[in-house]
Design a protein around this ligand. Structure first.
Ligand code: PBG
Length: 340
């Protein structure tokens, strides 16, 4: 809302505007604070690996581990205790199970499906979001099928639909296609409805950019060494903003319940435009490289990890996010709890 400004008043020297008055003490700052971060805003991405009683560090993501399913269940319990609403699961598929077609993605007994069932049984009240894309399952590391060096669209969508159904059957609450094939949201929605999964939601990676900030994630799911080439024929050009709005519009028309912008911090302008234009539940993914930057700087004593983390998460809220996918989720939740 805009109030008429009386410029004569503003220029009177005996009445200077004193913006600092509302910053003079913590109580005063709290009174005028426009945005806030709460645990309810956090989605925690977790990496799953084979084995039992096993957790292994990811060198490019200090403080983040891959967990065997039993350990992931413990993490889910911890998340529930902290009040984190939902987890996003990503598999590190054993290299021997990866092939040209990403067939393991369709195996109802794959790592992700077993993890969904185990977490649902132990922690029924936490939301489970699963990733639809083939890159953790393919020998070439692409999110779809490849022929003659091209990533195929419609043939990939057919497989992604099956992958989504397998995840829904295992108990996933939210299907999150991160593949950026055209038409996949509509195809997945149709197939879910036809199979009776009306209540399974779709969180579309609607504006997902071809970004250098995914590097550590590719290490985490073991796709760095497999990936041949880049993803620029399907992920968006970082130079484009209007195109992001078209992507979001299409995914909404195809039935997306939530839309996501990814990466996060370098793309907050996109978040704001999406939220302003569509007013739908809008999420952003603070991706692995964003996490790694803060942690690496903190490890070298260059900045305070907790303060930097909370500041970035609040910035997502200010930009218009309803929630943030972040590897900082448990750390932020613990801090928020301690701060009351
Ligand atoms: C792939 C996928 C990626 C991420 C989530 N899903 C990487 C990519 O597109 O190569 C990145 C997440 C992160 O960097 O934290 N389907």
């Amino acid at each position: 809302m805009r109030w008429p400004v009386d410029h004569r008043l503003e220029t009177r020297l005996d009445l200077p505007r004193r913006m600092r008055r509302s910053r003079k003490a913590e109580w005063a700052r709290r009174l005028v604070r426009e945005n806030s971060l709460s645990t309810a805003d956090l989605i925690w991405p977790i990496f799953i690996c084979e084995g039992e009683g096993h957790s292994e560090p990811i060198p490019t993501m200090p403080g983040v581990m891959r967990h065997s399913i039993d350990h992931a269940v413990n993490e889910a319990k911890e998340a529930a205790t902290l009040g984190i609403p939902a987890l996003a699961l990503f598999p590190n598929t054993p290299i021997t199970l990866r092939d040209e077609m990403g067939s393991e993605a369709l195996n109802p007994e794959n790592l992700i499906c077993r993890a969904i069932r185990a977490i649902k049984e132990a922690v029924p009240d936490i939301g489970i979001i699963t990733d639809v894309a083939l890159d953790p399952y393919t020998s070439h590391g692409h999110d779809g099928l490849v022929a003659n060096g091209q990533v195929l669209n419609d043939e990939s969508v057919a497989v992604l639909v099956k992958q989504a159904l397998v995840q829904a059957q295992a108990g996933a609450d939210v299907i999150a296609p991160s593949d950026m094939m055209d038409g996949r949201v509509g195809a997945i929605r149709e197939a879910l409805d036809a199979a009776g999964f009306h209540d399974v939601s779709i969180m579309a990676y609607a504006a997902k950019y071809a970004s250098a900030f995914y590097g550590p994630f590719r290490d985490a799911v073991g796709a760095s060494s497999t990936l041949k080439g880049d993803k620029k024929t399907y992920q968006m050009d970082p130079a484009n903003a209007a195109e992001a709005l078209r992507e979001v519009e299409l995914d909404l028309a195809e039935g997306a319940d939530y839309v996501m912008v990814k990466p996060g911090l370098p793309y907050l302008d996109i978040v704001t435009r999406v939220k302003d234009q569509f007013g739908v539940p809008t999420f952003a993914y603070q991706v692995s490289g964003e996490y790694a930057m803060i942690m690496a700087a903190a490890e070298r004593g260059m900045l305070d990890a907790d303060k930097a983390m909370l500041e970035t998460l609040l910035a997502f809220k200010r930009a218009g996010c309803d929630g943030i996918l972040t590897y900082f989720a448990p750390r932020a939740a613990r801090l928020l709890k301690a701060m009351g």
